[in-house]
Design a protein around this ligand. Structure first.
Ligand code: HEC
Length: 239
């Protein structure tokens, strides 16, 4: 009599094969469906929200406007320190998204938003105000700051000419930190890079960041090839 398929499944010789496949398929299925850690999803922005519009125009959300990182200056990275300084000194003019002084950004300020009519920044400004140019450039898109080539130039512009109303207000250290923060936001610097005068010529604006290549594999590869070539060349000829 033919064995039923159930008996077949448990037949000693076939147990491993039958159940092994079943186990493998189950593991694969579980592996595909249950990912160990949930993949974080970005907060969806509706296209007509403030953020959605800025995002669609190519600006990037700056860490400076989240306010989460401003805990302890002693443990901050250079870029976090730069984000804090940006928020304190630069954001009022250059925007929470680095979008520049757009009407929409000014509107976020409420009553103070009309900089020129409220007289603080018009030509008839009071002594503690200053006249503000009507156009403050955007900084956060990789096409912004078209005239600035590398991190060294960016630091120099910040250190020597900003903030616009009071050049020299930020220290050299702060200007490096703000430059690093801005370039990281624009995707031009790695999170682990600390900018200073010794490396600032290397990091280019308008160019996506490339982590430095490890040269050892190449060096050893070339050395190895040379070794083999030498061995072949000096191999005694049998005649
Ligand atoms: C009072 C408003 C104001 C503040 C505050 C301010 N800026 Fe500016 N910034 C300007 C204006 C206006 C210009 C354009 C100047 C010009 O064209 O001569 C400018 C230009 C720049 C540029 C050159 C942009 C380009 O396209 O070449 C950079 C970089 C910059 N600012 C960074 C900063 C940083 C960093 C801070 C904070 C330390 C800061 N700014 C604070 C008003 C401001």
């Amino acid at each position: 009599m033919n064995k039923s398929w159930q008996t077949h499944l448990f037949e000693p010789k076939r147990v491993l094969a039958n159940w092994g496949w079943l186990a493998l398929i189950s593991i694969l299925l579980i592996g595909c469906t249950a990912s160990p850690s949930p993949i974080p999803t970005a907060t969806p922005y509706t296209p007509d929200s403030y953020e959605g519009r800025l995002l669609s125009q190519g600006y990037v959300l700056l860490a400076a406007n989240t306010g989460e990182i401003f805990a302890d200056e002693s443990t901050m990275t250079q870029q976090e320190f730069g984000a804090e300084k940006y928020r304190q000194v630069c954001m009022a003019c250059h925007g929470d998204w680095g979008q520049g002084l757009t009407p929409e950004w000014r509107a976020q300020w409420g009553d103070d938003g009309n900089c020129w009519q409220s007289h603080c920044h018009a030509s008839n400004h009071p002594a503690n105000g200053f006249e503000l140019p009507q156009v403050v450039p955007a900084l956060s898109k990789s096409s912004d700051m078209a005239g600035i080539k590398n991190a060294a130039e960016l630091q120099q512009v910040i250190y020597e000419t900003m903030p616009w109303w009071n050049p020299g207000f930020v220290t050299e250290e702060e200007s490096w930190a703000i430059a690093a923060f801005l370039m990281e936001s624009r995707g031009e610097l790695g999170l682990d890079v600390t900018l200073d005068a010794s490396n600032a010529q290397v990091y280019q604006l308008h160019t996506p960041y490339q982590p430095p290549q490890n040269v050892y594999p190449t060096v050893f590869g070339v050395l190895g090839l040379l070794l083999v070539a030498t061995a072949v060349l000096i191999k005694p000829h049998h005649g």
